[in-house]
Design a protein around this ligand. Sequence first.
Ligand SMILES: C[S@@+](CC[C@H](N)C(=O)[O-])C[C@H]1O[C@@H](n2cnc3c(N)ncnc32)[C@H](O)[C@@H]1O
Length: 361
Amino acid sequence: MRSIREPVPSLGSLDRVTIQDGILRLQGWVFSLKNQPINSFQVFCQGEPLSNWVEMAANLPRPDIHQAFPTIPAAANARFRIFIPVSHQQQEQLRDNLITVIPLIAGEPGCTLCNVLEPKLPLPDAEMVEAIGGGFAGVAFQFLAQFIQRVGLEPTDTVLDIGCGVGRLAYALSYYLKPPGFYHGFDIMPHLIQWATNHITPHFPHIQFHHAHIYNQLYNPTATTTALDYQFPYADASFDLVCLTSVFTHMRGAEIRHYLNEIHRILKPGGRCLCTSFLLNPEAERGISNGSSSQALIYPWEDGFTANPEMPEQAVGFPEDLFLDWITTRKFSILGKYYGTWSGRRDFTVAHQDMLVIEKN
Ligand SMILES: C[S@@+](CC[C@H](N)C(=O)[O-])C[C@H]1O[C@@H](n2cnc3c(N)ncnc32)[C@H](O)[C@@H]1O
């Protein structure tokens, strides 16, 4: 794990990476949350800079992004394109490899944008993507950028992805992690684990998946073992990073506390955990009462609140102070707390759910 250098607050995506007529074409959107213009970009493939661009244009109109982020004026002009001539030999090296683009804002790095040129990994079908809440490669690369910039993940680190679903995070991490670095993901839905095992591991043997037959009313209602009884099948101090994206938002408080104990056990000293959640605080409560929140977390459910009393696991949030207390009493330090857009708040720094980066003391 490397030390963390916070990017200039910004959001974006490298939507398209293509090669046409010997030109590498990188296109997407990015905007500064403080409404500063994008000055320039740095482009890398496998860590090597690609600097001989022939066209680099930013701050161009992008109405759909403005519609998605109406409170940020800079979002209206978020489109960018970068064209770089590449030799035939370079084209071969670029294919199926991770390309990263770093926007420069007032000369400082903004959020890293990642994608892969002609990836060999297939995409799961729409039904499986729906089962994990929708969105696939774009979400995967946005989280990879968070792991690199806000967690300090190195390519040779070891990663555990709890509630990995169909391997969305693995899709992007496959291109970043290199042996002796490895990835293990476990989930409670067998058909998702089967798909990831069949379609990702054969291409990247250091990316592995495991099914855990644990009860969850929404995701695995036939299991009899509860999350409270589940001991993670990993040795103490074996991982640099543990991640849970949109998993604590579907679990009971007691289960989360047990998982935090297990995460502490299997993390190396100084290891880090990135998790997303719905944190209930005065700003989120305001969004819920005035209808600007995407989640009406109004029904008490044990020590949290749910949007659906018939199926509480559909969306669960917890009072922020309580959630942070569970973390700090288990000997974790909080390295970063980033509010998302879910509650309708204007001062967000990440898309959708709130995100925490914590470190084992
Ligand atoms: C919204 S999906 C997110 C999947 C994945 N983290 C991603 O971002 O692509 C929630 C996932 O959490 C899993 N899950 C729910 N309860 C779990 C538990 N107790 N242990 C492990 N996974 C769990 C579900 O099976 C489901 O795949």
